[in-house]
Design a protein around this ligand. Structure first.
Ligand code: CA
Ligand code: CA
Length: 227
């Protein structure tokens, strides 16, 4: 029993999503006053992989229209090439947002976004079927590179990403949108950093697989929506 509690305690990530107190402009720079009201959380590195352990800080906010996310990625060499919707952006420098609005089941929505601001989105009827034909409607997404994209001639500082997702995109899994205060979704927040053969996955919720993978909805962390 004690061991079970310890294991659960170690795995349980919880993040309080605060309401944005003022307007956010989705321009790739999460520097609006509203972002200072968001809790910060840092991704971590459960697996041994090649490539540097570069820091990623994530923040989430919400308002009547949107769920917002901001990623701040330290990165000495920012690389991204894919530029079409539903391209395999996870092979570039990319961040991911996996969202399950109804944790009684294990289907979820995935968004994988590279440093160019290209979106690969899908509905994952876990584990049987990944439906990439699902395209979120009305998403605002932008990135800002602190350095030079796709140039190895210099040393970059990093990149940031802002995204705003209209609530209606989650209506297959919940009718309460925006979420009622105190309601709980589950999620994972991830980053693919670098390109093969030197690339590394960092995650928010450690999903305890032997191999690097962010997909394991039973092990996602918990988002709690608050004022
Ligand atoms: Ca902004
Ligand atoms: Ca899609």
């Amino acid at each position: 029993m004690l061991l079970t509690l310890l294991v659960l305690g170690l795995s349980a990530q919880t993040y309080e999503v605060h309401r944005a107190p003022s307007k956010i402009v989705v321009d790739g720079k999460p520097d609006e006053a509203a972002w200072s009201k968001a809790a910060t959380t840092e991704l971590h590195f459960p697996w041994e992989q090649a490539g540097a352990k570069q820091k990623t800080v994530v923040r989430l906010l919400w308002d009547d229209q949107y769920l917002y996310a901001a990623y701040d990625c330290d990165d000495a060499d920012v690389v991204a090439h894919f530029d079409q919707r539903d391209d395999p952006t996870y092979r570039d420098d990319a961040v991911e947002l996996f969202l399950n609005p109804n944790p009684k089941q294990t289907f979820y929505y995935g968004m994988e976004m590279n440093a160019k601001g290209t979106l690969y989105d899908y509905f994952y009827a876990w584990p049987q079927l990944l439906l990439a034909r699902l395209n979120f409607i009305g998403v605002h997404l932008a990135t800002h590179i602190r350095g030079t994209l796709n140039s190895t001639a210099d040393t970059d500082k990093g990149w940031t990403l802002e995204v705003a997702i209209p609530w209606k995109n989650f209506e297959e899994l919940t009718k309460t949108l925006p979420p009622a205060k105190g309601s709980e979704w589950t999620a994972n927040l991830n980053r693919w950093d670098g390109v093969e053969p030197k690339r590394r996955l960092s995650v928010w919720a450690d999903i305890t697989l032997d191999r690097p993978s962010p997909h394991q909805p039973a092990r996602f962390g918990k988002l709690v929506f608050v004022d």
